[in-house]
Ligand binder design. Sequence first.
Ligand code: ACM
Length: 627
Amino acid sequence: MKPIYFILIILSCAKLNAQNQVINLIPQPVKIEQSVGFYLLTSASTIGYNNPEAQKIAEMLTVKLNVPTGYSLMANQNKTASIQLNLNEVTDPQIGNEGYALNVDNKGVVISANQSAGLYYGMQTLLQLFPKEIESKSVSLAKWNVPAVKIIDYPRFAWRGMMLDVSRHFFSKEDVKTYIDQISRLKYNTFHWHLTDDNGWRIEIKSLPKLTEVGAWRVERFGYFGDRSNPKQGEPATYGGFYSQDDIREIIQFAKERNVTIIPEIDVPGHSMAALASYPELSCTKDKNIKVNPGTEFSEWFGNGKFKMLIDNTLNPSDEKVYDFLDKVFTEVAALFPSPYIHVGGDECYKGYWEKNLACQALMKKQKMTHVEELQGYFMKRLEVILKAKGKKLLGWDEILEGGISPEATVMSWRGIKGGIEAAKMGHEVVMTPTTFAYLDYVQGDKSIESPVYASLRTQQCYGFEPVPEGVDSKYILGGQGNLWTEQIPTLRYAEYMIYPRSWALSEVYWSPKENKNWDNFSKRMENNFERADVAEINYSKAVYDPIIKAGLANGKLILTMASELSDLDIFYTIDGTMPDNFSTKYSKPVQLPEGNITLRVITYRKGKPMGHLIILKRDELEKRAK
Ligand code: ACM
């Protein structure tokens, strides 16, 4: 991380200049200096670049500007265009590989960077400086002003990721490209692609065709994961899909043009039911009836992270055929993906079937292992040898710490930050993605109105994430990411609802200097971004406007507390059966609920205008929350 020499940040984001133009950037840059005036883009504006790398970004910008303005701007090699994109001839050490400088005055715009990544990010910032109509997919009327400003910007962390699980539900090639394009606009540079799991194998492996002939398909089921019904006798498995290797190459190229590295994840040795439906001989039980799971319950959870898999979904670590299989898979994965890392999963691997297996027991004896956990360490070390031979580094979920790992493995900390701290203290590189701040599949508003998920995570909580834990040397923390598991997310539109605005919040966690973070300031920029997302036709959740309702017990009485993520919302409620409005009781302190069959109704207002959903909670639900 670079030291921040000085930060001149305008923390009142809605700073007005003479033209009343406001600056609302996400993620917040390192340094912004706004001055009076603006640059007006017209059909006579020119776009210039100083070399072929800059040309690619200038051409992207041209398309972005021409669609909503209806202009026919062209990019040309030039040094004095009204919008000029320059790669520095002499490296500017302050901005590094991904940073940029952006200057706007009444004559034009200059973006300069050391590398094309910086120009790409400078272009994203420039687009956010235009009026919201710049997001329109068709010609739109607006005064195409850009406020006069000087920006110096560069990222806090090198790893700024977003994950998409395409196993629980398949997302088409076009969906994946849209997701990558959207995250790149927030200056994320890493797309973690969770390609395999119990519910579908999504990557073509030419030497193992059954992985996609069988493993990519399941019976069609929707709804809450774990509540779904088993495949019926003879029911065809028609729901799913996979990416051909040509599709993957196309997506990798698309991502590269947007400074996004793709990290493929092949989740082993657990979470392998789709692989085992294709090749059942690779498990300890060798169950030939095993099917790609459609979301039926097959595990029992006992608390404290302890669980049991009722169906064997693990590869057999004592079988050499498994390592032949892995060698084939990772040979093709390594050849496809330029990323130095390959994610091998390693999470939630149930070892009960290993424990009972005679060949596993013999292997443990031979290797002088005293605990079955060590078999996972053995498996991961074998896997690391396979990856190393292909020039790749092993990355896994924090369970890879159990059973012993090689010093070169990189750890993705998800079960809180404990695994990340332990790994960093052992000298491993770490990517921080704890459930408590970064799991974007969790509900973001009141669970009475959101589609059900087993846990919740508000935008404000995401924003409060500090990826470098106290006492940890920051050089081991590569950065972090947001994870979108898709058990209950069947469409891209709903994926958008789940990641926005929380991925805006996380983009600032991973990009912006810690000193520049400020929730009230961010929340104003977030609300401005809602309007831009409306024009862009991007879906997002408005749960930040909903009240947060908690219940507790004091002396046997039910006590309700209410709060809001946004500091300028008023909360109004009723307990007398009437519909609340801004003349109802305004919440100011904890409420003791009277006896009886009472229903609480709550709604937020701002300046006399209703903002959030009406939340209705009956006494029995409040009692449940109090437990
Ligand atoms: C995980 O959430 N199982 C990594």
